[in-house]
Ligand binder design. Structure first.
Ligand code: ATP
Ligand code: MG
Length: 382
């Protein structure tokens, strides 16, 4: 899929701009604080309805205004769809072709992106919830119903935790209710595990080769660490282990008022040559691991959905040596639409710049290099 254009109204530093993208490489150049990441963030929100860098949607609205609207037209195979996200202090609304989509989970797997953003290094170094979140976004973009299962699981988890707290206060509460929740949770868990195991198998089929091409280092693996102790998918076994563990640990869970076993506690471990990348890999190598992971994601997406998602790269090249930069660029020279930001055009190889549409951001104005002004006030209605 290709993002044809983007219109921002009162989003972050932009009051009203319209941008036309190239279906190939697009590069945004500007000084620190000029508004490059804001553009990528807007595309991220247009796809996933949430920002990658902040928790509160209202911070996305330009200071002094009440409502922010992001609109973009996306070319899928041979048809164009218009996507829109609008945020104000009362609500967030999403639209496809001007029709409001009531369930966010039904909106998300339509316009899809893969991104490499500066804080993505946290995928290696950060807490397990970051890696689970990544996995959920990636699988959810490919399989819409995965997000529905996940929502269902999270609702049940909340109910279960509340009931455990109640049981702790009043041990005479009805155990039957807990058993019903357990059964439902075990069943939905096994559906979610199916997707997670499948996706990670696909990742592991690709990632080592990609990483070798990028870095010259062999053997990158991603291990799915789960507190059930299983290494492959088995529906009945998953249900059985969960129900047994919940029964066995009931007193402990009641005391703590939370569910201690389940997929909400799982994690991924990246290893190079069987050594944990968190401890063993350098900063640059960690970045490259995440890039290899994202390239694998692009390929899996293409294999299953038949088209590439749009790739967002925020200041990706600054900490990577020239040889490896060129290796990354080789992967980008295919049918993928890429939107890159940089403070220094020298960080991006010349042959990539030569075939790119280059946008220069200065004092809130965006100009196409060598072309007409393409930003500031939008005149086109979307
Ligand atoms: N809600 C908002 N309203 C108005 N301006 C905002 C809002 N949020 C952020 N900004 C402005 O956006 C600018 C930051 O933009 P952005 O993060 O896109 O910069 P950048 O070009 O990516 O910089 P760097 O190269 O340092 O990463 C800041 O100057 C900030 O003041
Ligand atoms: Mg930035």
């Amino acid at each position: 899929m290709k993002l044809k254009n983007l219109k921002l109204v009162n989003f972050r530093s932009y009051e009203d701009i319209f941008l036309d993208f190239s279906p190939g490489i697009n590069i945004f150049i500007g000084d620190n604080g000029s508004g490059k990441t804001n553009i990528l963030e807007a595309i991220y929100v247009l796809s996933l309805t949430k920002s990658n860098r902040i928790a509160h949607d209202l911070d996305l609205i330009k200071t002094g205004f009440n409502k922010s609207i992001i609109t973009g037209e996306v070319l899928h195979d041979d048809y164009v769809k218009k996507y829109q996200v609008s945020i104000d202090k009362f609500s967030k609304k999403v639209y496809i072709n001007n029709f409001q989509i009531k369930k966010i989970s039904e909106y998300i797997s339509n316009f899809c992106i893969t991104s490499f953003l500066p804080n993505d290094i946290e995928i290696i170094k950060g807490s397990p919830s970051i890696r689970r979140n990544l996995l959920n976004i990636q699988i959810g973009e490919i399989y819409n119903h995965y997000l529905k299962y996940l929502n269902e699981y999270n609702t049940l988890l909340k109910m279960r935790n509340e009931y455990l707290k109640r049981l702790n206060i009043n041990a005479f509460s009805d155990m039957k209710y807990l058993e019903v929740i357990n059964e439902k949770m075990a069943s939905i868990s096994s559906k979610i595990y199916y997707f997670r195991f499948f996706y990670l198998e696909e990742i592991n089929n690709l990632i080592s080769k990609i990483y070798y091409k990028l870095s010259g280092i062999k053997e990158l693996k991603v291990e799915y660490v789960n507190n059930l102790g299983i290494t492959s998918y088995n529906e009945e076994k998953i249900k059985e282990i969960l129900l047994t563990k919940w029964k066995k640990n009931l007193n402990k869970e009641m005391l703590q008022g939370m569910t201690l076993t389940g997929l909400h506690r799982d994690d991924l471990i990246f290893s190079i040559n069987n050594q944990d990348a968190r401890i063993y890999a350098s900063q640059g190598q960690q970045r490259l691991i995440v890039i290899a992971y994202k390239i694998a994601e692009l390929m899996i997406f293409k294999k299953i959905k038949g088209e590439y998602p749009v790739l967002l790269l925020d200041d990706v090249f600054s900490e990577i040596d020239i040889k490896k930069r060129n290796n990354i660029i080789k992967f980008l020279k295919s049918d993928i639409q890429v939107i890159i930001t940089t403070t220094d055009i020298e960080d991006i190889s010349k042959d990539l710049v030569d075939c790119a549409r280059v946008f220069k951001i200065k004092n809130g104005e965006i100009k196409i290099k060598g072309g007409v002004k393409n930003g500031r006030k939008s005149t086109r209605k979307l």
